[in-house]
Design a protein around this ligand. Structure first.
Ligand SMILES: Nc1nc2c([nH]c(=O)n2[C@H]2C[C@H](O)[C@@H](COP(=O)(O)OP(=O)(O)OP(=O)(O)O)O2)c(=O)[nH]1
Length: 273
């Protein structure tokens, strides 16, 4: 199976580069040169199905990995043979190593394979280079991003989710309680402050859950596990809070960014054996 690999060193922390990779528009733009077109939402998350086409052939690009180790996606459901995109991240002393690879099955027998080598590889290499530049640029942008924190509060195997009432474009969507970190404030202190403001409850923030997630040009979302230590959470700022079980997690109308942390939230509610 033809495969092409390109490696770039990005001068940004691994978690920032991982966030840049989740920007779906970046993926859409960078693979257009391969003849692959996709219609993507704002972020990539496991299970996202991006309507796509490779040249004249339609299919669906299924995201199979979107976490702190990188992203993977493969074309499914169309008549086209295998087409897989894999981006792995490695921490190094001098920055973050981004290893991008594209694998595809050649449909055309020996002549097709020759064409792959001559035409396909040259094209794929250009695309991978363009992608590396885009990932570097987006990572640099996100290094200085403002952080929105959110709390994953679990009690008796249930997670506290909140339905947003404002602004209008987000109303009705479900999220985790939280908000913007104020200048000079520590992430975990912001989690505690937001939970008092939004829920009237005290929490202690623990470890981060899932990757950093790009929101807009200069904002990213960071989710922390949080322990409820005092008070019963009430919906003070938004219309509804609800305790949900792992069986309900996937069916809620989550804000797009929160879908990225669903695998980590499943692990939190049903720890792997
Ligand atoms: N709190 C929170 N915000 C989220 C989540 N997912 C997500 O995309 N966001 C977005 C929605 C908003 O655009 C932004 C945070 O807004 P916010 O309204 O909660 O923050 P805030 O209280 O500090 O803001 P403000 O209303 O005082 O201006 O992050 C989430 O799970 N929790």
């Amino acid at each position: 199976m033809p495969e092409l690999r390109a490696t770039t060193l990005v001068d940004a922390p691994l978690r920032t580069v991982a966030a840049a990779l989740l920007d779906a528009r970046l993926l859409a733009r960078s693979i257009r040169g391969l003849g692959v077109r996709i219609t993507a939402g704002p972020v990539l998350y496991v299970g996202a199905e991006l309507a796509g086409s490779v040249g004249p052939v339609a299919g669906t690009l299924l995201v199979t990995r979107a976490d702190t180790t990188g992203v993977s996606a493969e074309l499914v459901g169309g008549p086209l043979p295998r087409f897989v995109l894999i981006t792995d991240l490695l921490h190094t002393g001098g920055g973050t190593m981004v290893v991008d690879s594209v694998e595809w099955t050649s449909p055309g027998g020996p002549f097709g394979r020759l064409a792959d080598v001559i035409v396909g590889r040259g094209l794929a290499l250009k695309v991978l280079q363009a992608r590396a530049e885009a990932v570097s640029a987006r990572s640099r942008e996100l290094v200085g991003a403002k952080v929105v924190v959110a709390a994953a509060i679990v009690r008796d195997g249930l997670l506290l989710a909140q339905r947003r009432g404002h602004p209008e474009r987000l109303a009705g969507g479900w999220e985790l309680p939280g908000g913007r970190v104020e200048p000079g404030e520590d992430d975990r202190a912001a989690v505690a402050r937001e939970c008092v403001e939004e829920l009237g409850a005290e929490v202690v923030a623990g470890e981060q859950i899932g990757p950093d997630i790009p929101l807009r040009a200069d904002h990213l979302l960071r989710v922390y596990r949080a322990e409820l230590v005092a008070g019963e959470p009430r919906a003070l700022d938004h219309p509804e809070v609800r305790w949900i079980g792992s069986d309900e997690l996937d069916n809620l109308n989550w804000l797009a960014a929160d879908r990225v942390v669903l695998p980590a939230l499943h692990d939190l509610l049903d720890p792997p054996a």
